[in-house]
Write a protein that binds this ligand. Structure first.
Ligand SMILES: Nc1nc2c(ncn2[C@@H]2O[C@H](COP(=O)(O)OP(=O)(O)O)[C@@H](O)[C@H]2O)c(=O)[nH]1
Ligand SMILES: [Mg+2]
Length: 305
């Protein structure tokens, strides 16, 4: 079995190929080199704003020097800095803790196919492995197969699941799931939601409705609202996220499918433009293929050493 570090490295290999700096060493840090670096950062989806900040910092710091490991270390440090802090003046999302004796509620949102249900399975597995009890709420009642998919995962993982009939009101499923989680003294309640409805307005209204029911049943909940974004679609993930964050206060992002992308740099604009920390990253379809996001580790894998 490959270690997590090996998995991460191989997942980010396509992005890392853009930053194979060995051949640069000994070259002068001139406009040519900076242009080259700039286009690579853009290709990796680091985003225009962060890229130009980084390029200007490197221009100032390395004027008339030759490229060597110090430049690579500087670049990595700048990227990590950008990931560890929000834009100046942008508030950190507030994650609240549950009141004693009540479950921690995590609402999962995102468009169809982003990886919500799979990520819920992965997250539940982590939590049950740590000895926590988990209740799942199958609030994607729009697609008949969605609750089945979640039930299969719940069985495998040993989580409890509350589901409604196909087409049931998702808010009523959320209501029942809160009830169940409270009566069972569960440590966590994780709520799956639909990612596609007749219109975007419908979708947003439904997610808000689920959110409001949860807040009514369990004071302070949902404690976390995680937006699931597909890492392979790069900048388009930001556009999707903007739609959700307009009607929903999100506390973080689960970034999926990093195993199939050369756009790993998207973690930067997610943090800088959306103001949301990436909490977990997904690197495969298996239940153990998700890990907490660590900026240093990620950038080391993305830029190489
Ligand atoms: N390669 C890869 N596939 C993933 C990952 N996460 C989810 N998937 C796949 O993406 C597809 C959609 O996932 P699903 O959880 O059903 O998305 P949902 O519609 O948002 O609930 C499924 O085929 C998953 O196996 C990941 O991290 N890596
Ligand atoms: Mg789903």
């Amino acid at each position: 079995m490959a270690t997590w570090w090996e998995r991460l490295k191989s997942s980010l290999a396509r992005t890392a190929r853009l930053f194979d700096f060995r051949s640069w060493f000994g070259r002068k840090v001139d406009q040519n080199l900076l242009d080259d670096l700039e286009s690579r950062l853009i290709q990796a989806d680091v985003g225009v704003k962060a890229t130009s900040q980084i390029i200007e910092d490197i221009r100032t710091r390395f004027a008339n020097e030759t490229a060597d490991t110090a430049l690579v270390e500087f670049l990595k440090k700048r990227l990590v800095d950008l990931l560890e802090h929000n834009e100046d003046g942008q508030p950190e999302p507030a994650v609240t803790e549950p009141a004693p004796g009540t479950p921690k509620v995590i609402l999962i949102a995102g468009i169809n196919g982003a990886g919500k249900t799979t990520s819920i399975a992965k997250l539940s597995k982590r939590l049950t492995d740590q000895g926590h009890s988990v209740v799942l709420a199958a609030c994607d009642t729009f697609r008949a197969a969605a609750a089945d998919q979640l039930s299969i995962w719940a069985d495998r993982i040993g989580a409890d699941i509350v589901r409604g009939n196909p087409g049931a009101d998702p808010a009523s499923v959320a209501h029942d799931a809160c009830q169940r989680a409270l009566s069972r003294n569960a440590d966590y309640l994780i709520v799956d939601t639909a990612g596609r409805l007749h219109t975007q307005e419908h979708l947003m209204r439904e997610v808000e409705k689920i959110r409001n029911i949860i807040a009514k049943k369990i004071p302070g909940a949902p404690h976390e609202c995680l937006l699931v974004l597909d890492g392979t679609i790069g900048q388009n993930a930001l556009k999707q996220a903007e739609v959700f964050t307009k009607s929903l206060t999100c506390t973080g992002v689960i970034l999926t499918k990093l195993d199939g992308t050369a756009k790993g740099g998207i973690v930067i604009p997610i943090r800088r433009q959306l103001g949301l920390p990436v909490k977990y990253i997904g690197v495969g379809e298996g239940v153990d293929d998700m890990h907490p996001f660590d900026p240093k580790e990620f950038i080391n894998a993305m830029i190489g050493d």
